[in-house]
Design a protein around this ligand. Sequence first.
Ligand code: COA
Ligand code: MG
Length: 289
Amino acid sequence: MAVPIRPRRSVLYLPATNAKALAKARTLPVDAVILDLEDAVAPEAKAEAREMARAALAEGGWGRREMVIRVNALGSPWAAEDLAMVAASGADAALAPKVDGPGDIARYHAALGAAPAGMALWAMIETCRAIPALPAIAACASGTRLAAFVMGTNDLAKEMRARLLPGRAPFVPALAATVQAARAHGLAAVDGVCNEVVEMGVFAAEAEQGAEFGFDGKTLIHPAQVDPCNAVFSPGAGELAWADAVIAAFALPENQGKGAIRVEGRMTELLHLEQALRLRAIAEAIALG
Ligand code: COA
Ligand code: MG
């Protein structure tokens, strides 16, 4: 069954304990919100975060935003209660941190057994062990709730002892491998956060890099990042004009049954028609707001 396309340009994290951020996020034009119970919440606030996330979902006011809750890792003292709460929360997805391999996906999937069938499992790709296991992890999409990869570049930098600088050179292989594994198995792929919340030129350059790699969007940590992120990951007017020209050209009677035609002075194949139809579908999904 074809899954309807959802835009995931802007995916905003906020600590589930931050009441002001919970109110603010309901007003921001983000495609998805991740209520964090993990890294952004101190150990002594874990129970409060769990209760605030549950209440935030129950209260509603999130519109069409896709709602995701990031749980604490299996093996931590909080995971079982986090996962039980998420399963009953009405969230669209649970985000599992520090996934190392297919075994972890199986364990999170099993822990979500009581959740509604439509609840997805998203996986953080943020450990060195996960990188060579990416194809095997992505293959879990068949037979489990796994539906998306989220890059965790801060944790990956910490484990690698690499520097997270503009250009992200040490992370380029992992970024490409994550997108490739995701696409091979029909998963969404969302880029990691940029810690810069003041210099939006720095942020926009990193967002552009993520779009160039093929990510669907980027995880965000601050309201200032939302508009530049949506701008980078939305199909542009030029792209949409091209898409319309390709769709119109392939619909002409003289082009029926052809695999390659000439559009706007360029060779255009059926694969371009597929790209054009996807751009249109994304633009329509975005327009729904
Ligand atoms: N989501 C929603 N609203 C947010 C927000 C977020 N992630 N981050 C800040 N805001 C809100 C603030 O509540 C404040 O709202 P107000 O105008 O109603 O007072 C406004 O945006 C301005 O915030 P600002 O003062 O610039 O932020 P700060 O300096 O207090 O905090 C951070 C900066 C980085 C600590 C904060 O943005 C944050 O906690 N981000 C998310 C961290 C996270 O979830 N990390 C886990 C994944 S990596
Ligand atoms: Mg992390």
